[in-house]
Design a protein around this ligand. Structure first.
Ligand code: ZN
Length: 451
Protein backbone atom coordinates (compact mmCIF):
# COMPACT_ATOMS: atom_id res chain seq x y z
CA UNK A 1 0.00 0.00 0.00
CA UNK A 2 1.12 3.52 -0.73
CA UNK A 3 0.31 6.51 1.47
CA UNK A 4 0.65 10.09 0.19
CA UNK A 5 0.20 13.22 2.27
CA UNK A 6 -1.70 15.85 0.30
CA UNK A 7 -2.25 18.30 3.15
CA UNK A 8 -2.05 19.02 6.89
CA UNK A 9 1.71 18.42 6.77
CA UNK A 10 3.47 20.75 9.22
CA UNK A 11 0.29 22.80 9.22
CA UNK A 12 -3.21 22.33 10.64
CA UNK A 13 -5.32 22.72 7.52
CA UNK A 14 -5.93 20.95 4.22
CA UNK A 15 -6.11 17.40 5.66
CA UNK A 16 -5.97 14.90 2.76
CA UNK A 17 -4.26 11.52 2.88
CA UNK A 18 -4.29 9.18 -0.09
CA UNK A 19 -4.08 5.40 0.31
CA UNK A 20 -3.42 3.39 -2.86
CA UNK A 21 -3.45 -0.35 -3.33
CA UNK A 22 -3.30 -1.36 -6.99
CA UNK A 23 -6.08 0.57 -8.71
CA UNK A 24 -7.95 1.21 -5.47
CA UNK A 25 -7.57 4.80 -4.32
CA UNK A 26 -8.97 5.86 -0.95
CA UNK A 27 -8.82 9.44 0.23
CA UNK A 28 -8.96 10.11 3.97
CA UNK A 29 -10.46 13.55 4.55
CA UNK A 30 -10.67 16.29 1.99
CA UNK A 31 -9.90 19.55 3.76
CA UNK A 32 -9.42 23.07 2.60
CA UNK A 33 -6.16 24.91 3.22
CA UNK A 34 -6.79 28.00 5.34
CA UNK A 35 -4.66 30.75 6.90
CA UNK A 36 -1.51 32.02 5.23
CA UNK A 37 -1.69 32.91 1.56
CA UNK A 38 0.90 30.40 0.36
CA UNK A 39 -1.24 27.67 1.93
CA UNK A 40 -4.52 29.00 0.54
CA UNK A 41 -2.98 29.09 -2.92
CA UNK A 42 -2.58 25.30 -2.73
CA UNK A 43 -6.37 25.01 -2.96
CA UNK A 44 -6.12 26.32 -6.51
CA UNK A 45 -3.44 23.85 -7.63
CA UNK A 46 -4.33 20.53 -9.23
CA UNK A 47 -4.18 17.59 -6.80
CA UNK A 48 -1.39 15.08 -7.19
CA UNK A 49 -4.05 12.51 -8.09
CA UNK A 50 -6.85 12.71 -10.66
CA UNK A 51 -10.09 13.05 -8.63
CA UNK A 52 -11.87 10.88 -11.25
CA UNK A 53 -9.73 7.94 -10.14
CA UNK A 54 -10.52 8.18 -6.43
CA UNK A 55 -13.25 5.65 -5.66
CA UNK A 56 -13.70 6.29 -1.96
CA UNK A 57 -13.47 9.26 0.35
CA UNK A 58 -13.70 8.58 4.08
CA UNK A 59 -14.46 11.66 6.14
CA UNK A 60 -13.43 11.88 9.80
CA UNK A 61 -15.56 14.92 10.64
CA UNK A 62 -17.25 17.99 9.26
CA UNK A 63 -14.76 20.77 10.07
CA UNK A 64 -13.84 22.64 6.89
CA UNK A 65 -10.12 21.93 7.24
CA UNK A 66 -11.16 18.27 6.79
CA UNK A 67 -14.18 18.56 4.46
CA UNK A 68 -14.02 21.92 2.68
CA UNK A 69 -12.28 20.66 -0.47
CA UNK A 70 -15.07 18.14 -1.20
CA UNK A 71 -17.10 20.40 -3.55
CA UNK A 72 -13.92 21.14 -5.51
CA UNK A 73 -13.02 17.45 -5.67
CA UNK A 74 -16.48 16.75 -7.12
CA UNK A 75 -16.22 19.72 -9.46
CA UNK A 76 -12.92 18.28 -10.70
CA UNK A 77 -14.48 14.91 -11.52
CA UNK A 78 -14.75 12.80 -8.34
CA UNK A 79 -17.82 10.55 -8.59
CA UNK A 80 -17.11 7.89 -5.95
CA UNK A 81 -18.63 7.41 -2.51
CA UNK A 82 -18.10 9.73 0.46
CA UNK A 83 -18.50 7.84 3.76
CA UNK A 84 -19.37 9.86 6.86
CA UNK A 85 -21.33 9.42 10.08
CA UNK A 86 -24.96 10.69 9.98
CA UNK A 87 -24.13 13.71 12.17
CA UNK A 88 -21.11 14.56 9.98
CA UNK A 89 -23.33 14.43 6.90
CA UNK A 90 -25.92 16.72 8.53
CA UNK A 91 -23.19 19.19 9.48
CA UNK A 92 -21.60 19.06 6.01
CA UNK A 93 -24.98 19.77 4.48
CA UNK A 94 -24.88 23.21 6.14
CA UNK A 95 -21.11 23.82 6.31
CA UNK A 96 -20.19 23.18 2.68
CA UNK A 97 -22.84 25.46 1.13
CA UNK A 98 -21.97 28.08 3.75
CA UNK A 99 -18.27 27.92 2.87
CA UNK A 100 -19.19 28.32 -0.79
CA UNK A 101 -21.43 31.25 0.05
CA UNK A 102 -18.68 33.01 2.04
CA UNK A 103 -16.28 32.60 -0.86
CA UNK A 104 -18.81 33.96 -3.32
CA UNK A 105 -19.50 36.91 -1.02
CA UNK A 106 -15.84 37.67 -0.49
CA UNK A 107 -15.13 37.49 -4.22
CA UNK A 108 -18.10 39.75 -4.98
CA UNK A 109 -17.05 42.22 -2.29
CA UNK A 110 -13.44 42.25 -3.54
CA UNK A 111 -14.67 42.87 -7.07
CA UNK A 112 -16.94 45.67 -5.89
CA UNK A 113 -14.18 47.45 -3.97
CA UNK A 114 -11.49 46.28 -6.42
CA UNK A 115 -9.07 45.41 -3.61
CA UNK A 116 -8.24 42.00 -5.02
CA UNK A 117 -5.11 41.70 -7.13
CA UNK A 118 -7.03 39.20 -9.28
CA UNK A 119 -9.65 40.66 -11.58
CA UNK A 120 -12.19 39.36 -11.26
CA UNK A 121 -11.77 37.60 -7.89
CA UNK A 122 -13.32 34.10 -8.04
CA UNK A 123 -14.63 31.63 -5.44
CA UNK A 124 -13.06 28.15 -5.40
CA UNK A 125 -16.58 26.76 -5.81
CA UNK A 126 -20.11 28.06 -5.58
CA UNK A 127 -23.17 27.06 -3.55
CA UNK A 128 -24.44 24.86 -6.40
CA UNK A 129 -21.16 22.90 -6.46
CA UNK A 130 -21.38 22.44 -2.68
CA UNK A 131 -24.96 21.20 -2.78
CA UNK A 132 -24.20 18.86 -5.68
CA UNK A 133 -21.31 17.28 -3.75
CA UNK A 134 -23.71 16.19 -0.98
CA UNK A 135 -25.33 13.58 -3.24
CA UNK A 136 -22.14 11.48 -3.10
CA UNK A 137 -22.38 10.99 0.67
CA UNK A 138 -23.30 7.67 2.22
CA UNK A 139 -23.79 7.61 5.99
CA UNK A 140 -22.32 4.92 8.22
CA UNK A 141 -22.76 4.72 12.00
CA UNK A 142 -19.87 4.33 14.41
CA UNK A 143 -18.43 0.83 14.86
CA UNK A 144 -20.07 -0.62 11.71
CA UNK A 145 -17.58 -2.35 9.43
CA UNK A 146 -17.86 -1.40 5.74
CA UNK A 147 -16.32 -3.53 3.03
CA UNK A 148 -14.74 -1.46 0.25
CA UNK A 149 -13.49 -4.36 -1.89
CA UNK A 150 -12.51 -8.01 -1.46
CA UNK A 151 -9.55 -7.04 0.71
CA UNK A 152 -10.17 -3.68 2.34
CA UNK A 153 -12.74 -2.70 4.98
CA UNK A 154 -13.03 0.23 7.36
CA UNK A 155 -14.85 1.20 10.51
CA UNK A 156 -15.52 4.53 12.26
CA UNK A 157 -14.46 4.83 15.92
CA UNK A 158 -15.32 7.55 18.44
CA UNK A 159 -12.86 10.49 18.40
CA UNK A 160 -14.39 12.72 21.12
CA UNK A 161 -13.72 15.86 19.07
CA UNK A 162 -17.01 17.37 17.77
CA UNK A 163 -20.47 16.07 16.93
CA UNK A 164 -20.13 13.09 14.57
CA UNK A 165 -16.33 13.11 14.67
CA UNK A 166 -14.54 9.79 14.37
CA UNK A 167 -11.28 8.02 13.82
CA UNK A 168 -10.94 5.76 10.80
CA UNK A 169 -9.75 2.20 11.20
CA UNK A 170 -8.83 0.42 7.96
CA UNK A 171 -8.17 -3.29 7.72
CA UNK A 172 -6.63 -5.45 5.01
CA UNK A 173 -5.79 -9.19 5.39
CA UNK A 174 -2.25 -8.24 6.39
CA UNK A 175 -2.48 -4.83 7.97
CA UNK A 176 -4.38 -2.57 10.32
CA UNK A 177 -4.22 1.15 9.75
CA UNK A 178 -5.57 3.92 11.98
CA UNK A 179 -6.18 7.59 11.24
CA UNK A 180 -6.87 9.54 14.44
CA UNK A 181 -8.78 12.34 12.71
CA UNK A 182 -8.87 15.17 15.24
CA UNK A 183 -8.40 13.63 18.67
CA UNK A 184 -10.60 15.03 21.46
CA UNK A 185 -9.79 15.89 25.07
CA UNK A 186 -9.52 13.26 27.77
CA UNK A 187 -12.84 14.46 29.18
CA UNK A 188 -14.75 16.33 26.45
CA UNK A 189 -17.46 18.69 27.76
CA UNK A 190 -20.19 17.64 25.33
CA UNK A 191 -19.04 14.31 23.93
CA UNK A 192 -17.85 10.86 24.88
CA UNK A 193 -14.08 10.41 25.09
CA UNK A 194 -12.14 8.88 22.17
CA UNK A 195 -12.18 5.08 21.89
CA UNK A 196 -9.09 3.42 23.28
CA UNK A 197 -7.28 1.58 20.49
CA UNK A 198 -5.14 -1.46 21.21
CA UNK A 199 -3.16 -1.84 18.03
CA UNK A 200 -2.39 -0.57 14.55
CA UNK A 201 0.45 -1.28 12.15
CA UNK A 202 0.42 2.29 10.92
CA UNK A 203 -0.97 5.35 12.62
CA UNK A 204 -1.67 8.85 11.31
CA UNK A 205 -1.81 11.05 14.37
CA UNK A 206 -2.83 14.69 14.72
CA UNK A 207 -0.59 17.13 16.61
CA UNK A 208 -2.42 20.48 16.85
CA UNK A 209 -1.32 20.76 20.49
CA UNK A 210 1.75 18.54 20.08
CA UNK A 211 3.97 20.94 22.01
CA UNK A 212 1.53 22.46 24.48
CA UNK A 213 -0.51 21.67 27.57
CA UNK A 214 -3.94 23.20 27.97
CA UNK A 215 -4.35 25.66 30.80
CA UNK A 216 -6.03 24.18 33.82
CA UNK A 217 -8.28 27.12 34.71
CA UNK A 218 -11.90 26.03 34.66
CA UNK A 219 -13.32 27.53 31.42
CA UNK A 220 -16.54 28.41 33.23
CA UNK A 221 -14.66 30.54 35.80
CA UNK A 222 -12.64 32.20 33.06
CA UNK A 223 -15.76 32.98 31.01
CA UNK A 224 -17.54 34.40 34.08
CA UNK A 225 -14.56 36.68 34.79
CA UNK A 226 -14.42 38.03 31.23
CA UNK A 227 -18.18 38.59 31.13
CA UNK A 228 -18.26 40.41 34.47
CA UNK A 229 -15.24 42.64 33.69
CA UNK A 230 -16.64 43.65 30.30
CA UNK A 231 -20.07 44.29 31.81
CA UNK A 232 -18.61 46.57 34.50
CA UNK A 233 -16.90 48.62 31.77
CA UNK A 234 -20.21 48.97 29.96
CA UNK A 235 -18.82 47.09 26.99
CA UNK A 236 -19.91 44.34 24.65
CA UNK A 237 -18.35 40.91 24.71
CA UNK A 238 -17.72 39.62 21.22
CA UNK A 239 -17.03 35.90 20.90
CA UNK A 240 -15.79 34.82 17.47
CA UNK A 241 -16.81 31.20 17.52
CA UNK A 242 -16.78 28.22 15.25
CA UNK A 243 -20.39 27.47 14.40
CA UNK A 244 -19.92 23.79 15.08
CA UNK A 245 -18.87 22.58 18.50
CA UNK A 246 -17.53 25.72 20.12
CA UNK A 247 -20.79 27.69 19.86
CA UNK A 248 -22.69 24.86 21.56
CA UNK A 249 -20.07 24.66 24.33
CA UNK A 250 -20.36 28.43 24.92
CA UNK A 251 -24.16 28.17 25.07
CA UNK A 252 -23.83 25.31 27.53
CA UNK A 253 -21.43 27.26 29.80
CA UNK A 254 -23.62 30.39 29.64
CA UNK A 255 -26.62 28.27 30.59
CA UNK A 256 -24.76 26.96 33.63
CA UNK A 257 -23.45 30.41 34.68
CA UNK A 258 -26.96 31.87 34.44
CA UNK A 259 -28.37 28.99 36.46
CA UNK A 260 -25.72 29.56 39.13
CA UNK A 261 -26.38 33.35 39.02
CA UNK A 262 -22.72 34.10 38.45
CA UNK A 263 -23.21 36.54 35.58
CA UNK A 264 -25.52 39.56 35.25
CA UNK A 265 -28.68 39.34 33.24
CA UNK A 266 -27.70 40.73 29.85
CA UNK A 267 -28.78 40.03 26.28
CA UNK A 268 -27.14 37.07 24.56
CA UNK A 269 -27.19 36.95 20.77
CA UNK A 270 -26.24 34.06 18.56
CA UNK A 271 -25.55 35.94 15.35
CA UNK A 272 -24.81 33.20 12.87
CA UNK A 273 -27.42 31.29 10.88
CA UNK A 274 -24.84 28.55 10.58
CA UNK A 275 -24.28 28.28 14.35
CA UNK A 276 -28.06 28.33 14.85
CA UNK A 277 -28.46 25.45 12.38
CA UNK A 278 -25.51 23.59 13.89
CA UNK A 279 -27.12 23.92 17.33
CA UNK A 280 -30.32 22.43 15.94
CA UNK A 281 -28.37 19.54 14.39
CA UNK A 282 -26.61 19.05 17.73
CA UNK A 283 -29.97 18.77 19.46
CA UNK A 284 -31.21 16.36 16.75
CA UNK A 285 -28.45 13.85 17.57
CA UNK A 286 -28.95 13.19 21.28
CA UNK A 287 -27.02 9.90 21.11
CA UNK A 288 -23.92 11.72 19.82
CA UNK A 289 -23.49 14.00 22.84
CA UNK A 290 -23.70 13.65 26.60
CA UNK A 291 -26.15 16.42 27.61
CA UNK A 292 -29.24 15.33 29.52
CA UNK A 293 -32.69 15.93 28.01
CA UNK A 294 -33.15 18.84 30.41
CA UNK A 295 -29.77 20.41 29.58
CA UNK A 296 -30.51 20.04 25.86
CA UNK A 297 -33.87 21.67 26.26
CA UNK A 298 -32.40 24.66 28.12
CA UNK A 299 -29.41 25.14 25.81
CA UNK A 300 -30.94 28.07 23.95
CA UNK A 301 -33.10 29.54 26.74
CA UNK A 302 -32.85 33.34 26.74
CA UNK A 303 -30.63 33.36 23.65
CA UNK A 304 -31.80 35.51 20.76
CA UNK A 305 -31.12 34.00 17.34
CA UNK A 306 -30.05 36.53 14.71
CA UNK A 307 -30.83 35.11 11.30
CA UNK A 308 -31.26 37.94 8.81
CA UNK A 309 -28.72 40.50 7.62
CA UNK A 310 -31.01 43.33 8.68
CA UNK A 311 -31.15 42.00 12.25
CA UNK A 312 -27.37 41.65 12.20
CA UNK A 313 -26.97 45.28 11.12
CA UNK A 314 -29.40 46.33 13.86
CA UNK A 315 -27.35 44.36 16.39
CA UNK A 316 -24.15 46.05 15.25
CA UNK A 317 -25.66 49.45 15.97
CA UNK A 318 -26.54 48.55 19.59
CA UNK A 319 -24.39 50.15 22.31
CA UNK A 320 -25.80 48.46 25.43
CA UNK A 321 -23.70 45.74 27.10
CA UNK A 322 -24.39 42.34 25.60
CA UNK A 323 -22.79 39.07 24.58
CA UNK A 324 -22.54 38.41 20.86
CA UNK A 325 -21.50 34.99 19.60
CA UNK A 326 -20.74 35.12 15.90
CA UNK A 327 -18.81 33.16 13.26
CA UNK A 328 -16.23 32.56 11.98
CA UNK A 329 -14.06 31.48 14.87
CA UNK A 330 -10.81 32.61 13.25
CA UNK A 331 -12.38 35.91 12.15
CA UNK A 332 -11.58 34.80 8.60
CA UNK A 333 -15.00 35.73 7.23
CA UNK A 334 -18.69 36.01 8.05
CA UNK A 335 -20.66 38.42 10.20
CA UNK A 336 -17.99 38.60 12.89
CA UNK A 337 -16.01 40.88 10.56
CA UNK A 338 -18.73 43.54 10.67
CA UNK A 339 -18.86 43.30 14.46
CA UNK A 340 -15.07 43.50 14.75
CA UNK A 341 -14.97 46.56 12.51
CA UNK A 342 -17.47 48.28 14.79
CA UNK A 343 -16.36 46.98 18.23
CA UNK A 344 -12.54 46.82 18.00
CA UNK A 345 -11.91 50.60 18.21
CA UNK A 346 -13.78 50.90 21.57
CA UNK A 347 -11.68 50.06 24.69
CA UNK A 348 -14.79 49.14 26.71
CA UNK A 349 -15.35 46.05 24.55
CA UNK A 350 -13.72 42.65 24.75
CA UNK A 351 -13.06 40.16 21.97
CA UNK A 352 -12.80 36.67 23.40
CA UNK A 353 -11.26 33.95 21.25
CA UNK A 354 -12.34 30.48 22.24
CA UNK A 355 -10.51 28.39 19.68
CA UNK A 356 -7.16 27.73 18.08
CA UNK A 357 -5.93 30.57 15.84
CA UNK A 358 -3.45 29.35 13.19
CA UNK A 359 -0.69 31.75 12.17
CA UNK A 360 -1.70 34.08 9.38
CA UNK A 361 -5.31 34.46 10.52
CA UNK A 362 -6.82 37.71 11.84
CA UNK A 363 -7.41 35.94 15.16
CA UNK A 364 -3.69 35.23 15.43
CA UNK A 365 -2.85 38.85 14.54
CA UNK A 366 -5.19 40.16 17.26
CA UNK A 367 -3.81 37.79 19.90
CA UNK A 368 -0.30 38.92 19.00
CA UNK A 369 -1.32 42.43 19.95
CA UNK A 370 -1.45 44.09 16.53
CA UNK A 371 -2.62 47.69 16.84
CA UNK A 372 -4.35 47.69 13.48
CA UNK A 373 -5.87 44.91 11.44
CA UNK A 374 -7.26 44.86 7.94
CA UNK A 375 -10.97 44.20 7.48
CA UNK A 376 -12.59 44.51 4.03
CA UNK A 377 -9.43 46.19 2.79
CA UNK A 378 -9.49 48.88 5.51
CA UNK A 379 -7.25 49.37 8.55
CA UNK A 380 -9.19 49.09 11.83
CA UNK A 381 -7.69 50.32 15.13
CA UNK A 382 -7.58 47.70 17.90
CA UNK A 383 -8.42 49.27 21.27
CA UNK A 384 -10.77 46.61 22.65
CA UNK A 385 -9.34 44.07 25.09
CA UNK A 386 -8.31 40.83 23.37
CA UNK A 387 -8.73 37.68 25.47
CA UNK A 388 -8.55 33.98 24.88
CA UNK A 389 -9.85 30.88 26.58
CA UNK A 390 -7.59 28.05 25.63
CA UNK A 391 -9.28 25.37 27.70
CA UNK A 392 -12.25 24.87 25.38
CA UNK A 393 -10.13 23.32 22.71
CA UNK A 394 -11.61 20.17 21.19
CA UNK A 395 -8.08 18.83 20.63
CA UNK A 396 -6.10 16.71 23.06
CA UNK A 397 -2.90 18.37 24.31
CA UNK A 398 0.33 16.39 24.17
CA UNK A 399 -0.08 14.85 27.62
CA UNK A 400 -3.56 13.68 26.64
CA UNK A 401 -2.24 12.35 23.31
CA UNK A 402 0.50 10.40 25.10
CA UNK A 403 -2.03 9.06 27.57
CA UNK A 404 -4.25 7.91 24.70
CA UNK A 405 -1.29 6.25 22.92
CA UNK A 406 -0.56 4.24 26.07
CA UNK A 407 -3.57 2.02 25.32
CA UNK A 408 -1.65 0.53 22.39
CA UNK A 409 -0.38 -2.92 23.29
CA UNK A 410 2.44 -2.70 20.73
CA UNK A 411 4.00 0.22 18.86
CA UNK A 412 2.87 0.85 15.28
CA UNK A 413 5.59 0.21 12.67
CA UNK A 414 5.43 3.91 11.86
CA UNK A 415 3.45 6.79 13.36
CA UNK A 416 2.95 9.69 10.96
CA UNK A 417 2.55 13.02 12.73
CA UNK A 418 0.25 15.43 10.90
CA UNK A 419 -2.14 18.33 11.51
CA UNK A 420 0.14 20.50 13.58
CA UNK A 421 2.34 23.51 12.87
CA UNK A 422 5.93 22.43 12.20
CA UNK A 423 7.11 23.01 15.80
CA UNK A 424 4.16 21.13 17.32
CA UNK A 425 4.48 18.18 14.90
CA UNK A 426 8.24 17.75 15.39
CA UNK A 427 8.05 18.20 19.15
CA UNK A 428 5.33 15.56 19.43
CA UNK A 429 7.31 13.17 17.21
CA UNK A 430 10.41 13.61 19.41
CA UNK A 431 8.39 13.25 22.61
CA UNK A 432 6.71 10.01 21.48
CA UNK A 433 10.05 8.57 20.35
CA UNK A 434 11.77 9.59 23.59
CA UNK A 435 9.05 8.46 25.99
CA UNK A 436 7.65 5.41 24.18
CA UNK A 437 10.40 4.37 21.79
CA UNK A 438 8.06 4.56 18.78
CA UNK A 439 9.23 5.36 15.26
CA UNK A 440 7.65 8.67 14.21
CA UNK A 441 7.79 10.53 10.92
CA UNK A 442 6.68 14.09 10.17
CA UNK A 443 5.75 13.85 6.49
CA UNK A 444 6.34 16.66 4.01
CA UNK A 445 3.69 18.01 1.64
CA UNK A 446 3.05 15.51 -1.19
CA UNK A 447 5.50 12.99 0.30
CA UNK A 448 4.71 9.28 -0.25
CA UNK A 449 5.51 6.17 1.79
CA UNK A 450 5.27 2.46 1.02
CA UNK A 451 3.45 0.63 3.83
ZN1 ZN B 1 -11.68 19.36 13.73
Amino acid sequence: MKLTFLGATETVTGAKYLLEEGNTKILLDCGLFQGQKDLRLRNWQQLDVDPRNIGTLILSHAHIDHSGYIPLLVKRGFHGTIYATPATYDLCSILLPDTAYLQEEEAAYANKLRFSKHTPALPLYNVEDAKRSLQFFKTVPLKKSVRLDSKISFCFREAGHILGACMVEIKTPTMKFLYSGDLGRRKPLLHRAADRIKEADYLILESTYGDRIHETENPKDHLARVINTTYQQGGTLLIPSFAVGRSQIILYLLQQLKKERRIPHLPIYLNSPLAINATEIFLNHPKDHVLSAEESKGLTDGVRFIRTTDESKWLNSQEAPSIIISASGMAAGGRILHHLRSKLPDPRNTVLFVGYQPSGTRGDALLRGKEFIKIFGMEVAVRAKIERIDTLSAHADYTEILDWLKSFKRPPLTTFIVHGESGAAHTLAETITREMGWKCVVPKYEESFGL
